[in-house]
Design a protein around this ligand. Structure first.
Ligand code: 3HC
Length: 311
């Protein structure tokens, strides 16, 4: 690539300017953004499945309405993000095919099963809480369409986190059995939520370049630390115990020290060995194939509309 163009691009990024779809950009910038944004979109769409599993079994009409709204939001987040990724020149079909073939990733967190209603609380509180921690800085990512998509996503994510934490408050202040369910959900969702921030910075192939190009504004470990520091007091407020015996306040760093993450589990789940990974992919492929007729009908309708307009 022309070094002058690269230099001008890097100066724009360093000046915190937004890079727009029609601007010149290094091919590697385009590639890594297509990778990250499309996988972010896949995560949103696959993330609808574990929660969708509880819409028909919500304990009250109010909880059912809230969960319906949240799952619908996730679908919308996925569509914003696929649209943002398409501005980089990759079609929706190519991205969906990459997901279905296993070439593209989605967040490992969605390969864990939702065993009780308390999981819906823990997911809203911890998974959407982690997503907010990761997505707020992305409102300042250097690629314009991605940053703008994040503004609305973050607003809706706050509702997701709030409703989840409200479920945890209700359970933690309920019967002994309900409190036990809440603790069990915290035990199963705590560590996979920490994995959402990605591998440690010293083992993260993309972080250094993403920081230089201001795609990332904070590193995996920085965001993970912030998430732990904000979540531990929330668990204490619930009267629940974070399942980490090494967790302890470190006054020197003004944050919590915490135990080692099981990166073997992380990479096994990334590789698709998660407890329900096969079920998730089958559900996505079935939905895509069952919905083909809707896409064809919409295309045929649009073609007729265009033909009428041209006549
Ligand atoms: N699950 C699956 N794969 C993961 C992962 C996770 N939790 N964390 C990292 N990886 C993958 C990366 O994608 C990368 O593989 P690739 O090069 O094939 O894409 C590899 O592990 C090495 O990780 P890196 O740290 O080098 O990769 P990144 O610099 O891309 O950092 C990330 C990973 C922090 C997830 C970053 O991609 C990111 O911030 N993505 C945008 C946010 C996002 O995708 N969040 C996922 C959840 S969305 C969500 O929670 C929705 C909410 O509504 C519930």
């Amino acid at each position: 690539e022309d070094p002058k163009l690269v230099e001008a691009f890097e100066a724009r990024v360093a000046a915190d300017e937004f890079i727009e779809p029609k601007d010149w950009m290094p091919e590697a910038y385009r590639r890594t953004l297509t990778r990250q944004i499309s996988q972010h979109a896949h995560s949103e769409i696959v993330g609808m499945l574990p929660e969708g599993n509880w819409i028909g079994r919500a304990p009250s009409l109010r909880r059912k309405a809230i969960l319906l709204a949240k799952v619908q939001d996730e679908g919308g987040h996925g569509l914003y993000l696929y649209c943002a990724a398409e501005t980089l020149g990759t079609s929706r079909e190519e991205m969906v095919e990459a997901l279905h073939s296993g070439k593209a990733k989605y967040s490992t967190i969605f390969n864990y099963p939702t065993l009780t209603w308390a999981d819906i609380g823990a997911i809203g509180w911890l998974v959407d809480g982690a997503a907010i921690m990761n997505q707020v800085p992305l409102q300042r990512t250097s690629y314009g369409p991605y940053a703008r998509a994040m503004v609305r996503v973050c607003k809706e994510e706050s509702f997701h986190q709030r409703q989840g934490y409200e479920i945890m408050i209700a359970l933690a202040n309920g019967t002994a059995e309900q409190k036990r369910m809440a603790q069990d959900a915290l035990n199963r969702w705590w560590w996979p939520s920490l994995m959402m921030f990605g591998p440690p910075d010293d083992n993260s192939p993309n972080t250094a370049q993403s920081m230089r190009w201001r795609i990332k504004r904070e590193t995996n470990d920085e965001l993970r630390q912030k998430f732990v520091d904000i979540s531990v007091p929330q668990a204490e407020f619930l009267g629940l115990t974070v399942p980490d015996p090494d967790l302890k306040w470190n006054a020197d760093k003004d944050g919590y020290d915490f135990g080692a993450i099981d990166w073997d589990e992380f990479y096994a789940v990334v590789k698709g060995e998660g407890p329900v990974a096969k079920e998730r992919m089958k559900a996505r492929i079935d939905a895509w194939e069952d919905g083909a007729w809707v896409r064809e009908a919409a295309d045929a309708y649009e073609a007729k509309r265009q033909a009428r307009k041209a006549a």
